[in-house]
Every structure is written in C-alpha cells, then in structure tokens.
Design a protein around this ligand. Structure first.
Ligand code: HEC
Length: 136
C-alpha cells in the first residue's frame, strides 16, 4: 500500500465514522424540532416545557394540565383522566418508542393541547414539550 493510498483510506474511514456519529447524535424528536423551527419558533427550552407540563388551565369547568393524564413525572406511567386506561411513560429515556413517529406526535399534540389548554399549542410550546420529553 503506498502512502498516498493509505492516507486516502484513513480519510475515508474518518468521514465514515463522522457520518455515523452524526446520525447517532440525532435524537428522536429532533426532526419535530426542525419542523417547528421552520415555522418560526425556537430556540426551545426543556425548563419551559417542564413548567408548561404542570401549568393548570380552566377548560369546561375543569382544571387541566398535561399531568392530568400523563402524571407529574413523564418517566412514569400515566392514567387517562376520562377512561382510566394506563398510558405508557412519555419520556424517551423510559420508552424508546416515544417521539419516533412525527405524525403520531403531531396528532396527539393536537388532541391533547385542545383538551388541556382549550386551543392548539403554538410551535414554540410544542417544541418546548418535545425538548422536555427528550431531556428526562
Ligand atoms: C386526556 C388525557 C391526556 C392529556 C391531558 C394529555 N395527553 Fe398526551 N396522550 C394521551 C393519550 C391517550 C396518548 C396516546 C396514547 C399513547 O401514546 O400512549 C397521548 C400521547 C401523547 C404524545 C405522543 C408521544 C409519542 O411519541 O408517542 C405526546 C407527545 C403527548 N401525549 C404530549 C402531551 C402534552 C404535551 C400534554 C399537555 C399539553 C398532554 N399530552 C396531555 C392522553 C393525554
């Protein structure tokens, strides 16, 4: 192997390893954050998401928050307020399926925001929730 060829080989390997590291660094939910950013929101804050998680809203004569169904600790299972059905943990660290399907997340954020806040969440709020769920 001549020196020039091995230098190229080393370079090619380095690029390959770099690409792997890049794809490993993309966490579930990062694609959603990019979408919300494209809608003019960001930067996103896990702390703001945590605060919004337990913030109470008066809707239809009830006091509601995300924790009403998911519990105050998203690393633990929740329980649906209306049906009593168990809900698996939302935190990615406890439940690797979470935030892996952007269409599912958008669908549920739509329903859950309308039920909890009485309106749609803004892209900034959705991004903060995603950041919070990623961070736990
Ligand atoms: C009335 C009960 C209820 C409330 C309140 C609620 N959720 Fe949910 N949420 C659900 C149910 C049911 C699902 C779907 C079942 C599942 O995925 O386990 C879900 C799913 C989700 C998902 C999908 C995650 C994934 O990748 O699978 C996200 C994100 C989410 N909720 C966030 C929120 C946020 C943020 C709030 C507060 C604004 C909230 N939820 C309030 C019941 C609720």
């Amino acid at each position: 192997m001549n020196a020039n060829f091995s230098r190229h080989l080393v370079l090619a390997l380095a690029i390959g390893v770099g690409a792997l590291a890049d794809s490993a660094a993309a966490a579930p939910g990062d694609d959603l954050l990019a979408t919300y950013q494209g809608q003019g929101a960001g930067p996103f804050s896990a702390a703001a998401g945590a605060q919004a998680w337990t913030a109470k809203h008066q809707v239809e004569g009830e006091s509601r928050s995300c924790a009403t169904c998911h519990g105050t600790d998203p690393t633990k299972s929740g329980k649906h307020a209306a049906t009593g059905k168990p809900i698996e943990p939302l935190a990615v660290s406890s439940n690797p399926k979470r935030l892996t399907d952007p269409a599912k997340v958008e669908k549920w954020l739509g329903r859950n925001c309308r039920w909890t806040l009485g309106r749609d969440c803004r892209p900034q709020e959705k991004g903060d929730f995603v950041k919070y769920i990623q961070s736990l």
